[in-house]
Design a protein around this ligand. Structure first.
Ligand SMILES: NC(=O)c1ccc[n+]([C@@H]2O[C@H](COP(=O)([O-])OP(=O)(O)OC[C@H]3O[C@@H](n4cnc5c(N)ncnc54)[C@H](O)[C@@H]3O)[C@@H](O)[C@H]2O)c1
Length: 237
């Protein structure tokens, strides 16, 4: 396909945290990276483009993808990473709070993929969704977040079947990835079978693989990247 760039990625929620790690990794690998985030103070890695966008907003996503079609003129990798958690006892959780989490964490992926499907198909691109190990296990008071991430895992395999063979769609479910907050304690690191909690680079490296040519036989898959925690059997002392 003609256009000014050879490989273009769009990363939602890339102003900070895991998304910023993904954007930096792909930019370092030579991708043109468009970061879409609702934070007006964010930025894109060198050589990229930053768009202030609430990816749960239908009109904003349409405008974002129109700008990609005009400016970058192609889309090879779409990384649906934007997400947040509200942790509250269910008796206190309002419908508005529930809906806001579902909209950002799940509906945004529907909006982004629906709007980007034609661009992705034309270059045999790939989608990566960022879910969570909380799609499969829970702490108390995490209903809206867990439900949104479980939905994202299911949406991923549905999309893989609908958009193949041109477009591959895979999911990464991170465990504890340190992006902000205090350094974990020695015990928290040691609890992980890997001996440490995760870093954004741990997710970014797998994203780079999943949007690259070496993962051509992988679609509809979920990769749990959690330092082994969901494989650890725990009994009371
Ligand atoms: N950090 C972890 O331990 C962890 C674990 C499992 C899953 N995840 C998932 O990984 C993703 C990134 O997490 P993080 O820890 O880097 O979060 P973060 O809070 O550090 O960054 C999230 C980014 O998404 C943006 N964002 C939120 N809602 C948005 C919206 N509606 N539109 C556009 N941008 C929006 C924020 O502005 C922010 O820049 C999330 O989907 C999160 O659920 C994180």
């Amino acid at each position: 396909m003609a256009g000014p760039y050879s490989r273009v990625a769009l990363v939602s929620g890339g102003a900070q945290g895991i998304g910023a790690g993904i954007a930096a990794r792909l930019a370092g690998d030579g991708w043109r990276v468009v970061v879409a985030d609702r934070d007006p103070a964010g930025g894109a890695p060198s050589g990229g483009r930053y768009v202030v966008c609430d990816v749960g907003d239908e009109a904003a996503v349409a405008s974002l993808l129109q700008s990609v079609a005009v400016t970058e003129q192609r889309l090879d990798g779409l990384i649906c990473n934007a997400g947040f958690m509200i942790r509250k006892p269910i008796a206190e959780l309002t419908l508005g709070e529930w809906s806001s989490v579902l909209t950002t964490n799940l509906t945004s992926a529907f909006l982004l993929v629906r709007g980007a499907a034609a661009l992705l198909r034309s270059v045999h691109g790939a989608v990566v969704t960022i879910a969570s190990s909380r799609a499969r296990m829970s702490e108390p008071d995490t209903e809206c977040y867990s439900a949104s991430k479980g939905g994202l895992v299911a949406l991923t395999h549905a999309l893989a079947i609908s958009l193949g063979p041109e477009v591959r769609v895979n999911c990464i479910s991170p465990g504890w990835i340190l992006t902000k907050g205090p350094e974990p304690t020695a015990a928290e690191h040691a609890f992980h079978p890997t001996g440490r909690v995760g870093r954004p680079d741990d997710i970014a490296g797998l994203v780079a693989f999943l949007v690259g040519p070496e993962s051509g036989f992988i679609t509809g898959a979920e990769f749990v990247v959690d330092g082994g925690v969901t494989r650890k059997m725990i009994y009371p002392e």
